[in-house]
Structures are given as structure tokens and as C-alpha cells.
Design a protein around this ligand. Structure first.
Ligand code: C2E
Ligand code: C2E
Ligand code: C2E
Length: 90
């Protein structure tokens, strides 16, 4: 995809998230739980979140949005295709 393509949809793997140690995944796990609660969406194995939410989470993790999405890919919480979210850094 070219640089003008929209960033890929952010779909969090909730089962993988639950397996991670709390000191790593804690802020993201609480954020995802809050979104599930606001939507009343409790039964999914995955959760689609807003691009804007990745920016907020990046501030919490003290990273750029691209660095955070790479980190989430490394943890297995996002699929490898999510590395294109680095475009958010621009
Ligand atoms: P998709 O976006 O590719 O999602 C595929 C499947 O992943 C969904 O199948 C659902 O099982 C799961 N999934 C993705 N995001 C979430 C989430 O935030 N919460 C939960 N609980 N599950 C999630 P499903 O539900 O049969 O939907 C099939 C397709 O229908 C979706 O493909 C999407 O293209 C469309 N769709 C469903 N709900 C919405 C929606 O609220 N907005 C939009 N724009 N499309 C939707
Ligand atoms: P809201 O932001 O006022 O959104 C109201 C409703 O508009 C949502 O009700 C949903 O039906 C729809 N909506 C808004 N943006 C989108 C979108 O990008 N895709 C889809 N498929 N629908 C959208 P819902 O889902 O019951 O959420 C209620 C409230 O919970 C939202 O009110 C918002 O305040 C919060 N919320 C839910 N999910 C998220 C999220 O992923 N991120 C953030 N920041 N807030 C969320
Ligand atoms: P989606 O439903 O396929 O929406 C894709 C994009 O269309 C959203 O990306 C957003 O830019 C735009 N969009 C869709 N519905 C609305 C709306 O009601 N108001 C506005 N202002 N824009 C809208 P975004 O924000 O990155 O969200 C990505 C995905 O996260 C959405 O895909 C949806 O699956 C989920 N999502 C985001 N917010 C909500 C929400 O409030 N409730 C629910 N149930 N799902 C949400």
C-alpha cells in the first residue's frame, strides 16, 4: 500500500492480552476493559479500537504510536500487518 492509504484497523487479540504479565500489559488491558464496558461488548476474542485510542495509549506508554504498535506486534497482541501503523508517526 502507498503512503496515502489509511492506517490498518487496530484489532486487539484479547486472549493474548490476558496472557501477558500485568507490568507490561496493565495499562492496555485496563483501557480495553473500559472500552468493552462502554460498548457492552464482553464476549469477543478480539476488540477493534479507534486509531485515536492508539495515540492516547502511546502517550501512556511514553512511545510514539508506531513504536507502540510495533511493541504490540512483538507481544502478539496485534497481527504483523499492524506494523504499517507506523504511518501514524508522520
Ligand atoms: P471485521 O471487522 O473484519 O471483523 C471480523 C470479526 O472479528 C467480527 O465478526 C467479530 O467476530 C470480530 N470482531 C472484530 N472487532 C470486534 C470487536 O470490537 N468486538 C467483538 N466482540 N468482536 C470483534 P462479525 O461480528 O460477524 O462481523 C463481520 C463483519 O461485519 C466485520 O468484519 C465488519 O466488516 C462488519 N461489522 C460488524 N460490526 C461492525 C461495526 O460495528 N461497524 C462496521 N463498520 N462494520 C461492522
Ligand atoms: P460515542 O463516541 O458518542 O459513540 C456513540 C455511538 O456511535 C457508539 O455507541 C457507536 O454505536 C457509534 N460509533 C462511534 N464511532 C464509531 C466507530 O468508529 N465505529 C463504529 N462501528 N461505531 C461508532 P457504542 O459503541 O455503544 O459506544 C458508546 C460510547 O462508548 C461511545 O460514545 C464512546 O464514548 C465510548 N466508546 C466505545 N468504544 C470506544 C472506543 O473504541 N474508544 C473510545 N475512545 N470510546 C469508545
Ligand atoms: P469501523 O466501524 O469500520 O469504522 C472505521 C472508521 O470509520 C473509524 O475508524 C472512523 O474513522 C470512521 N467512523 C465509523 N463510524 C463513525 C462514527 O460514528 N463517527 C465518526 N466520527 N467516525 C466514524 P476508527 O475511529 O479508527 O475506529 C476503528 C474501529 O474501532 C471501528 O471500525 C470500530 O470497529 C471500532 N470502534 C471505534 N469506535 C467505536 C465505538 O464507539 N463503538 C463501537 N462499537 N466500535 C467502535
Amino acid at each position: 500500500p502507498s503512503g496515502s492509504e489509511p492506517a490498518a484497523k487496530i484489532v486487539i487479540n484479547l486472549e493474548r492480552l490476558q496472557q501477558l504479565p500485568a507490568e507490561k500489559a496493565g495499562p492496555l488491558a485496563r483501557y480495553a476493559a473500559a472500552i468493552q464496558s462502554q460498548r457492552g461488548d464482553y464476549n469477543g476474542k478480539v476488540l477493534s479500537i479507534r486509531n485515536e485510542d492508539l495515540r492516547s495509549l502511546a502517550i501512556i506508554y511514553d512511545m510514539s504510536p508506531g513504536e507502540l504498535s510495533d511493541q504490540l506486534v512483538d507481544w502478539g497482541v496485534l497481527p504483523p500487518e499492524a506494523r504499517v501503523a507506523r504511518a501514524l508517526d508522520e
